[in-house]
Design a protein around this ligand. Sequence first.
Ligand code: CU
Length: 427
Amino acid sequence: MKNRPNEVVYNLEASKFNWDIAPGKTIEAWGYNKQLPGPELRANVGDTLVVRLTNHLEEPTLIHWHGLRIPAAMDGTDVVQKPLAPGEVFEYRFVLPDAGTFWYHSHANETVQMERGMYGSLIVEDPTDPVFDGDKVLMIDDMKLNSDNEFTRPGWFVPRIVERHDGREGDTLLINGKENSVIDIAAGQTERWRIVNSSSARYFTLHLGGKEFKMIGTDGGLLEHARTLTEVLITPGERVDIAVGPFEEGETILLESLRYSRSTFLRPKRQQFATVNVGEQKASIAYLPETLRVIEPLARQDAAITRKVRLSVGPSLADGMDFLVNGDVHAHDKPVKVGELQIWEVSNTSLMDHPFHLHGFFFQLIEENGKRPEYMAWKDTVNLPPRSKLKIAWMPDDRPGRWMYHCHIIEHHAAGMMAHFELVKSL
Ligand SMILES: [Cu+2]
C-alpha cells in the first residue's frame, strides 16, 4: 500500500498457522500473514520500504533482507539487532537502491523457522525494465515431513549427522508453497519468471522439458545480455530471472530440477516441481533489448588478493563434522575499510558444495578456478563446488557496521560455516 509518495508500507505478522500444501495435505507452517510464502512485496527502485514486523511466535525472530544494499542496522541479523521477543514489534525502514529479485527470510533459529516457511519475495521494479507479457515469482522449496505431514526432528545420532552434513532436504517439493503447482501461460506470450531458491539445502537445476529460455538476471539484477539456456543451476539463496516463451497453445511442459551431485549421503534425483500449461493464444507486447544494461567491471582478473576465505570441514566429537571458515566455527574476520576495494579469494577445500553468501553487498566474480567467468553479473550468493577457488571483487560503500558472510546451506551455517566482520570508516 502507498502512503506518502515513494513510501511503500507493509505489515508482516509472524505466526504459526495451518497451510494446505496440497488438497487434504495440511502442515503446521510458520510464516508471515498466514501465507506460505509470505506476501510478495513490490516497490520501485528508490522507494522507501517500511515493513512493520509483529512477532506472534512463541520464540524470538528477525527478518533478513537477502541481497539488499541497506544500512547494517537494517540487515536483520542478531549481530545488529536484538531478536524480537514474542509480542514485540519492529519497523524495518530503508531505501531500495537496486532493481531486481530479492527475498526476505527469518535469520533466527533458521533451520526451523525457514524450513517451516518464514520467507517471501521482494521485487524491486525499475520503469526502464524490459517489457514482458507477465511477471511471476516462483519460490522453490522442499520440506521433510513424516507420513502425518509433521516436520521430523532428527533425534538419533545418524539422522542428525546426515542432516548436518547434507543440509535438510525433503521429498515434499514446493513452488510458492504448493505441491504439483500448475503454472499458466498464454500461447504466443513471453513472461519474466523470477526464480528464488528459498530451500535449506536443495540444489535446483531448472529444466523446462528441454525448451530454451533466456536467463536475463541474477542476484543483483539484470545481466548485460540474455543467455539462451535449457538448464540453469540455482543454489540455496540464489535468484535467476528468465524470459520464457512463446509456446504453442495446448502444450504441457514439465518444470523439473535435474540431478545435481553435491556429494551428499542422499542420492540426487531428477524431480518434477510443477507443470506449465499453455493456454489460448494472446497478443504479445514483450520486447527484450540486445543490451539489458552495462556492468562496469570492478577489477581485472589478475587484481591482487586482499583476503582469503577458506571453507572447509573438520571432525567434531559431538556432531560428526564441523563446518569451518578459515579453520574456525562462527569465525570473526578482520575489519574491512569503507571505500577500499576488496578482492577475496574464496576457496572450498571440502568434498562437498557450498553456496557462499555475502550480506549487504554485491560482488563480481572475476576468476573461477583460474579462468575468467563467461559473463558479467552482480551476485550476492555463488556456489563453490568441491576443491574450487573463486576470486570475487566488491566495493564496501559507506555503510559501516557489522556484516557477515556464510554458507547458505542453512544447516552448514548453523554448524559454524560463517564469519562476522566489521566495516569501519578507518582501520
Ligand atoms: Cu555449506
